[in-house]
Design a protein around this ligand. Structure first.
Ligand SMILES: [Zn+2]
Length: 142
């Protein structure tokens, strides 16, 4: 389970709208509860560093990942996962997404249609990045 608090949720949706019709990306910071549930308290909006058509691809710059890691440490949080948007495309976890994912981390995919938020889903990849499973997502009503 991954829960996203209102403040980071606004950051995610704002970034997804601003980057439309390109994919946006960013990093989710927060805490893991005693029951294993994840709670995102900070979302870091990052630049899509993919050098090509960004309509259906994104890439996080290593410097942004390093910076998010530092912020997490400073705030006593963990990097819980990543988010990106799918402009005019369902919020599914694509083969490309799976190939570029890491085990353990949550992957939030946000569908933006005609520039507006439509729906979101979360996924986790298995150890070998051959399969992803949906993760229960709790987010504010939009
Ligand atoms: Zn994707």
């Amino acid at each position: 389970m991954i829960e996203i608090l209102p403040a980071p949720w606004e950051v995610i949706l704002g970034h997804a709208r601003a980057c439309y019709p390109r994919e946006c990306c960013g990093i989710l910071l927060g805490e893991v509860g005693a029951d294993g549930g994840r709670r995102v308290t900070i979302a870091v909006a990052c630049v899509n560093a993919y050098d090509g058509d960004q309509a259906d691809r994104f890439e996080l710059a290593p410097a942004d990942q390093f910076e998010a890691q530092r912020l997490a440490r400073r705030e006593g949080l963990e990097v819980l996962g990543f988010f990106h948007s799918h402009p005019d495309c369902d919020a599914y976890f694509s083969a490309t997404d799976l190939a570029h994912s890491w085990p353990w981390y949550s992957n939030l995919v946000v569908c933006v249609r005609q520039g507006e938020f439509d729906h979101a889903r979360a996924f986790r990849a298995n150890e070998t990045q051959t399969e992803s499973t949906p993760e229960e997502l709790i987010c504010p009503k939009s």
